[in-house]
Design a binder for this molecule. Structure first.
Ligand SMILES: [Zn+2]
Length: 376
């Protein structure tokens, strides 16, 4: 890999770290502001509750005055009643007194109501005060944390910036300018090539471009996304190795006249490949040792379709891809050729991989290859 590419990769790492830190630093005051907003709400609630208490208190004072006034009126009427001349006048005064007494009773009811309410008001104020206190403590804690985190972030930021400057010095100016322009628009300026593709934009490379990236003699940019491309042989190996397992396996046709199966056990023979052929109302069966390819026992023929004639051989077996003509198989004699044996092994491996991935949530990771078919 070119030294410049290595520098660019480190530069990209530094750029990413810087962006993350900057985002975090910008985010912290927002969190504090959100709590401050809540604090202001609680304060307003407390003020409202306190205001209600004050209003009640002033109402109470007003009612007290009203009662005092009414009482003095009553005593005035009583004094007057001593001096009245007529019955009519006396009745009128008595009426005034009764009216004032009723008003006193009504006002006293209102005072009682206020006293009952006062308990609830008091609770509201106390709750708001407690909440305010808790929030104030929380905001202090958050502020301290935010300050510490920001200081730590700033420190890291300074370190990354120093690193970035160092990396920039190790890249030629034109390349650096290109990297920064692409980074600015796309968030990254350099991309790995794996399996002929730019990993950032997933577009296939032209063969010439791919070769240029592979040889690493010059810097190459992606035609599609303009990112600077690089190639890491170690990653390429990892990506290509399970290729045949990752690609979708071809599935044998259900009604094919020839069918191959893998059986884990076949009498004393252990693992075998079984081949069935349907021809002119007859089904024939051949059994091969899966490791040596040797024919086991005789070729068996039965009336009808193999599915109906040899059900005991199919149950629990794995269906494989394989198609050789009857004539071809005649030439095999008692041993199938290595090419045929290898093809069946590869397909069995793919089938087993497929079964494993189907049951284990379609993992794309290369699974370990079972050892049985690796043995000769
Ligand atoms: Zn690209």
């Amino acid at each position: 890999m070119l030294l410049e590419i290595e520098n660019l990769l480190r530069l990209q790492e530094a750029d990413k770290a810087i962006r993350r830190l900057q985002d975090e630093i910008a985010e912290l005051p927002k969190r504090v502001a959100a709590i401050e907003h809540k604090l202001a709400d609680t304060k307003a609630q407390l003020e409202k509750a306190q205001g209600a208490v004050k209003a009640d208190e002033s109402a109470r004072r007003k009612y007290d005055t009203t009662i005092t006034d009414l009482r003095s009126k009553i005593s005035k009427y009583r004094d007057q009643s001593l001096d009245v001349k007529t019955n009519e006048q006396y009745k009128a005064l008595l009426h005034e007194i009764q009216f004032a007494e009723k008003e006193i009773a009504a006002t006293e009811d209102k005072i009682l109501e206020l006293m009952v309410n006062a308990d609830a008001r008091d609770k509201e104020v106390k709750a708001a005060q407690a909440e305010l206190k808790a929030e104030a403590a929380e905001i202090e804690k958050e502020k301290i944390e935010a300050r510490q985190r920001t200081a730590e972030d700033e420190k890291q930021l300074a370190e990354w910036r120093a690193k970035r400057d160092q990396m920039r010095a190790g890249v030629n100016e034109d390349l650096l300018r290109h990297y920064e322009r692409v980074s600015k628009f796309r968030g990254s300026g350099i991309s790995e090539v794996l399996d002929h593709k730019c990993m950032a934009c997933q577009v296939m490379l032209r063969p010439q471009t791919y070769n240029d990236v592979r040889t690493g003699q010059q810097t190459v940019v992606c035609d599609s996304c303009q990112r600077i491309l690089y190639f890491n042989p170690a990653n390429e190996m990892l990506a290509l190795e399970p290729e045949h397992k990752r690609s979708r396996r071809h599935h044998p046709k259900i009604d094919a006249p020839q069918a191959w199966y893998y059986r884990q056990e076949f009498g004393d023979a252990g693992e075998v490949f079984v081949c069935f052929n349907n021809a002119s109302g007859q089904a024939t069966r051949r059994v091969f040792d899966m490791h040596t390819g040797r024919l086991i026992g005789d070729i068996l023929s039965r009336e009808g379709d193999f599915r109906h004639s040899f059900p005991e051989d199919i149950t629990g077996a794995i269906r494989l891809n394989g198609s050789w003509t009857e004539n071809e198989m005649e030439t095999w004699g008692t041993e199938m050729p290595m090419t045929a044996l290898d093809a069946l092994h590869v397909d069995l491996e793919a089938a087993q991989y497929e079964m494993r991935t189907r049951t284990s949530g379609k993992s794309e990771k290369p699974a370990t290859i079972p050892t049985e078919q690796a043995a000769s």
